[in-house]
Design a protein around this ligand. Structure first.
Ligand SMILES: [Zn+2]
Length: 299
């Protein structure tokens, strides 16, 4: 009996690492990337991360719920016991910002976003939480989750000195959302892109400005960076920025043309897009949602 239990435990250990793990990307910089499970309750596999300075920790994104943020916080505590000084929302979509409450409750952390994304959270946050079933989540997935607003906002650039670690928050143009920002660590040649970059995931386009987004990707291509932690997907490079730009332009041109021609419903347009879009292994279900929300005039 004991042997069987041990065997079952071993099998579970081998099969289960679907959650993100904190991975050292550079000195004092860790990504929190989980690829195997992109279910809604697992934050649609949204990425996060931390930067550790002499004076404390800066957290990049907080995942989809109190439960998810608690898992993240417990993993942070395995790496550092320094105080959490800053929480940055790369944008305020639920899978990146609804875990804010867990970090805010610790006390002492300033929650930061771009002004436009704070406004977006004020407009949409409570309604999204009330209507969470529409995102494939159950009320128990969201237990303890409270919408928590950023307390510090900016418009173009904000520099944070963490004590020996300089962190630049940069928003070049409206892109994935109006206030999507890049967390740049110039000394490390590392950036957290939030959802300005999706790698091997189909991107979410409903709130996007496509022209601004390609401009933001161009701006990142011009930055001195070697490693990018995308909003969804594995550790990336500038090649992935170029790939997403090509994807966005192709998607936008084809969907726009088919909508103008009146050539069918969201599924028909999505089927045509699947034929021409570069292959991405995750979140193909996003294609018809993007078509419906942006090009056929309903959400
Ligand atoms: Zn997003």
């Amino acid at each position: 009996m004991k042997k069987i239990t041990l065997l079952c435990t071993l099998i579970l250990l081998v099969a289960a690492p679907s959650f993100a793990e904190l991975t050292k990307i550079a000195d004092n910089v860790y990504s929190y990337v989980g690829l195997a499970n992109d279910s809604p309750a697992n934050s649609f596999a949204a990425n996060a991360g931390i930067v550790i300075g002499r004076d404390g920790i800066l957290v990049v994104d907080t995942l989809i719920s109190a439960k998810e943020a608690q898992r993240f916080l417990a993993d942070i505590r395995k790496v550092s016991d320094k105080p959490i000084r800053y929480v940055v929302n790369t944008h305020t979509h639920l899978d990146h910002a609804f875990g804010n409450c867990v970090f805010a409750k610790l006390g002492g952390a300033t929650v930061i976003s771009h002004a436009a994304d704070r406004a977006f959270l004020e407009k949409a946050g409570e309604a999204t939480l009330k209507n969470i079933g529409a995102y494939g989540l159950k009320p128990e997935d969201m237990a303890g989750t409270e919408i928590t607003y950023p307390t510090l906002t900016f418009s173009e650039r904000l520099t944070i000195d963490l004590g020996g670690e300089t962190v630049e928050l940069i928003r070049t143009a409206p892109s994935h959302t109006e206030g999507s920002l890049i967390v740049h660590l110039p000394a490390k040649k590392v950036a957290f892109s939030g959802d300005i970059l999706f790698t091997d995931f189909h991107p979410f386009l409903a709130d996007a400005d496509i022209n601004g987004w390609t401009a933001a990707l161009d701006a990142m291509m011009g930055m001195d960076i070697e490693k990018i932690i995308p909003g969804h997907g594995p550790l990336s490079t500038k090649k992935d920025l170029r790939d997403l730009k090509a994807y966005l332009l192709l998607f936008d041109a084809k969907a726009r043309q088919m909508a103008a021609d009146g050539s069918g419903d969201a599924e028909t347009v999505a089927a045509a897009l699947r034929q021409i879009l570069p292959k991405r292994s995750q979140a193909e279900w996003m294609i018809p949602i993007n078509v419906k929300s942006r090009y056929l005039g309903k959400r």
